[in-house]
Design a protein around this ligand. Structure first.
Ligand code: HEM
Length: 479
């Protein structure tokens, strides 16, 4: 990453320290590198791999250089820095600290991060999230029932409505219709304002001042003021919800908020209200747009790969589920969707000590990043990487050593200790939403050409937002 967020970035602490043995990189001026990256993120990184091989350096104006790696083996070495010099939290703080808060799992490092991770992880484990399957299915079915018949429609906003509803009901555990209605309007507005160019292009120190100065916050036209007003409205609702859960006696409900309020660390201490609020915002920011985009891309690929669409629809119609330890076609489609069109550009770490990787020594103060799209298109692990072929994950269709190699290199959720905390929820959502939608409607592409990958906030999104045409599926029951 750092480029996965088109924002102002932390100061370059590496300046003036000439590397002794750094990986090769483009000779272009840093400003030209960043312009290329913003215009064509995939083309830029692929050109780096073609020209320099699986490890190369990218330079940004006024920022530390970023060493990108393009194979699963090298990515594992990047993730191994989590136990040592790699700082994922510090790296992210400058981009999303103001939105998620300083107490967020995304922005912490070291012992404070570990304390939060231990408390946030249990309600997001596979078995815990499996209990939410029916609620997610109801949300997806209600959404699909609203889709226009026979007219081109973008899938992405529809998927965003689904994933937002899942966050509000399942993660925040909110049932009250009035609160849900308020958050349905406020949360998308908050995310839009937080990601708007007007806000993210302000240098971090100036932004910090504008966000905290009572005088500047009176200027309603400033993007920082507009953002703070919506954030404060959201915070008021969240703090109120936290207070209600604290007041509730008895066993904690299954939603993540109730579990966070009930959680105690090793010393028996609970998370403070501020810490709980920051984690709720974290789960919204990390889990809403990412999952919606991954679903959109999977649909975008399926409508252009009739063989895979037919096989999936046949499996859903037959109602067959995979035996324990086996992979269903639906699982394989989800994995292949995340592989062929990963939504996160990279998993970066800021190094606080010099680190050896791939025969090079990367200086302290540099970024070291696993380039997720490059690893997931490595032809050694994924033969014919441009083809959408769920069968590469099925032992019944591909040699078992190929399936094992593909599984080892499949890292759309990053890795190491900072592995995505919501991966099980994201995978469940993808499986359930795809199944519910495809049982009800047939989908075709509204344009024959594949959609291009564009950087949108924190994700690599389809250029036309996944434009499809839907018709009710013959014999499908109404939602
Ligand atoms: C398809 C959807 C998703 C994708 C592709 C995705 C991907 C990622 C990636 C690449 C990372 C960084 C990992 C690293 O640096 O090694 C990450 C971190 C994280 N994700 Fe996800 N994510 C998704 C959905 C979710 C959901 C649904 C949630 C929760 C509701 C979530 C919560 C988090 C959190 C809290 C972190 C930070 C973990 C830490 O630093 O300890 N993600 N995700």
């Amino acid at each position: 990453m750092p480029a996965s967020m088109p924002a102002s970035r932390p100061a370059d602490r590496s300046a003036g320290r000439p590397p002794r043995n750094a990986p090769p990189g483009f000779r272009l001026p840093p400003a030209a590198q960043v312009a290329w990256l913003m215009a064509d993120p995939l083309g830029f990184y692929e050109a780096g791999r073609r020209r320099f091989g699986p490890i190369f350096t990218v330079r940004y104006p006024g920022l530390p250089p970023e060493v990108c790696v393009a194979t699963a083996e090298l990515a594992e070495e990047v993730f191994a820095t989590d136990g040592g010099p790699g700082r994922a939290g510090e790296m992210r703080r400058a981009f999303i600290g103001p939105l998620v808060g300083e107490e967020s799992l995304l922005c912490l490092d070291g012992e404070p991060w570990w304390r939060h991770r231990r408390l946030v992880s249990p309600p997001l484990h596979g078995r815990a999230v499996a209990a939410w399957k029916d609620r997610i299915a109801d949300i997806a079915a209600a959404e699909a029932a609203r889709w226009p018949v026979g007219a081109a429609m973008p899938v992405r906003p529809a998927m965003e409505r689904v994933t937002l509803e899942v966050i509000m009901r399942v993660v925040f555990g909110i049932e009250d219709a009035r609160r849900l209605g308020a958050l349905r309007t406020l949360l998308p507005r908050l995310m839009r304002l937080a990601g708007s160019a007007a806000l993210v292009r302000i240098p971090p120190h100036a932004r910090e001042r504008a966000l905290n100065s009572p005088l500047l916050l009176r200027a309603g036209a400033l993007p920082t003021t507009r953002y703070v007003r919506v954030r404060d409205e959201v915070d008021a609702l969240l703090f109120d919800e936290i207070a209600r859960r604290r007041a509730e006696s008895g066993e904690a409900a299954a939603d993540v908020l109730s579990q966070l309020v009930a959680a105690r660390d090793e010393d028996g201490a609970p998370l403070t209200d501020r810490e709980v609020r920051d984690e709720l915002m974290t789960l919204l920011v990390a889990g809403h747009e990412t999952t919606a985009t991954a679903l959109t891309w999977t649909v975008e690929r399926l409508v252009r790969t009739p063989r895979a669409m037919d096989a999936l629809v046949a499996e859903l119609a037959a109602g067959t589920t995979a035996a324990r330890g086996e992979t269903s076609y639906l699982d394989a489609v989800v994995k292949e969707g995340l592989r062929a069109r990963p939504v996160v550009l990279g998993a970066p770490r800021l190094l606080d000590e010099a680190t050896k990787i791939g025969g090079y020594e990367i200086p302290a103060g540099w970024y070291l990043s696993a380039s997720i799209p490059l690893v997931l298109s490595d032809p050694e692990a994924f033969p014919s990487p441009d083809r959408f072929r769920p069968e590469r994950f099925l032992a019944s269709e591909s040699p078992s050593e190929d399936v094992a190699r593909a599984n080892r290199a499949w890292l759309p959720f990053g890795g190491g200790r900072r592995y995505c905390a919501g991966a099980q929820l994201a995978l469940l959502e993808m499986r359930v939403v795809l199944a519910e939608v495809l049982r009800r409607v047939t989908l075709t592409a509204a344009h024959p050409e594949a959609e291009k990958r564009r950087l949108k906030n924190v994700t690599l999104a389809p250029s036309r937002s996944g434009l499809v045409i839907a018709y009710p599926r013959a014999g499908a029951s109404a939602a």
